[in-house]
Design a binder for this molecule. Structure first.
Ligand code: ADP
Length: 323
């Protein structure tokens, strides 16, 4: 392989820049030319491509977001759009791609690789941690730390006013941020889409936590149609318990920003290096994953399967320690 392309796609995540840097520098160290593709798959169709040199990725390891920008691209969902993208790739002499993104981006990568018999290595870049075959995704740890800082602040006001707070966190139908965020902040409960929390469970939680020993409570709610989000949960609780002072806080895009944590920078750097090594070994159409602190290669079909299990024991731990 003489020339590769690298792109970031879908939702941005802190640590994507560290991944771009590691991919670029490892490729150059192996004598491979690197082309940076702007705005994810859209840039492949609109031909927004630049050469990346060693210096192009200087001073970015500590920056959130992605210097290559990211976008959502509906054309790439169609075979015709992917054919246009392939034409551009051929025109630039790009022989393999490294795609950094979430579930949707890896779906697109799989389709493109199959249709055009083209080598792609994926890196899991998403704050949601919802890709199978990897214990962690790039950006998740930073987002978790951001949630922790925000909820610590909410706790100050919650306890001063004796309020019941429902804090909505991201996760796009995955409870990793909500559950582990709740553990990290000493929240009373996590309402997550993987486990339908029956109404009486919520009632039990409220009565045990809020009434007996505590004068304030914080519950993390994963954004999801299943949970109804923090607003949905708060409405239900207000009806049942009009005596409580219920408040909602939606953390929103705060969770995507900020300088990546040490863990995310290291993970992104290890994975970026591994992506190039994998290509050199002739691997293709796999995502680099982390399992028990070892890097592994996971077929796209497995990574996007949406069957990553949440550790249910952690819910018990949360229940016990928040009494
Ligand atoms: P993420 O990668 O963070 O999950 P999206 O779901 O928005 O973000 O996906 C990013 C892009 O990947 C989409 O805009 C689209 O171009 C492409 N994509 C997503 N899903 C598919 C799919 N099923 N088939 C082909 N391309 C897809």
């Amino acid at each position: 392989i003489q020339c590769i392309g690298v792109l970031t796609s879908g939702g941005d995540a802190p640590g994507m820049n560290a991944a771009i840097r590691a991919v670029t520098r490892t490729a150059i160290a192996n004598g491979i030319i690197v082309k940076g593709i702007y705005r994810g798959y859209r840039g492949l169709i609109t031909n927004e491509i630049t050469s990346l040199e060693t210096q192009s990725v200087s001073n970015i390891i500590q920056r959130g977001g992605t210097i290559l920008k990211t976008a959502r691209c509906d054309e790439f969902r169609t075979p015709e759009g992917r054919r246009q993208a392939h034409d551009v790739i051929v025109e630039h002499g790009i022989e393999a791609l490294v795609v950094i993104g979430g579930d949707g981006s890896l779906h697109g990568a799989r389709d493109f690789a199959q249709e055009h018999n083209f080598p792609i290595i994926g890196l899991p870049g998403t704050i949601d941690n919802d890709l199978s075959g990897t214990d962690l995704t790039i950006g998740y740890d930073t987002a978790l730390n951001t949630i922790m800082e925000c909820v610590d602040k909410i706790r100050d006001t919650a306890s001063s006013h004796e309020r019941l707070f429902f804090v909505e966190v991201m996760g796009r139908d995955a409870g990793f941020l909500a559950l582990n965020g709740a553990l990290a902040t000493g929240s009373e409960a996590a309402i997550i889409p993987e486990i339908s929390l029956e109404k009486d469970q919520l009632a039990e939680m409220i009565e045990q936590g809020f009434r007996k020993s505590k004068n304030s409570s914080i519950v993390l709610v994963a954004e999801s149609e299943v949970t109804g989000g923090a607003m949905g949960v708060a409405e239900r609780v207000k009806k049942e318990y009009p005596q409580f002072d219920v408040r909602v806080s939606i953390l929103g895009h705060l969770q995507r920003g900020g300088s990546p944590s040490a863990q995310d920078r290291i993970l992104a750097t290890r994975m970026g290096e591994a992506a190039i090594e994998a290509l050199l070994e002739g691997q293709r159409n796999v995502m680099v994953g982390l399992q028990n602190d070892e890097l592994v290669l996971v077929p796209f079909a497995k990574a996007i399967k949406k069957d990553k299990p949440i550790d249910r024991h952690l819910l018990d731990v949360l229940r016990i320690v928040s009494r």
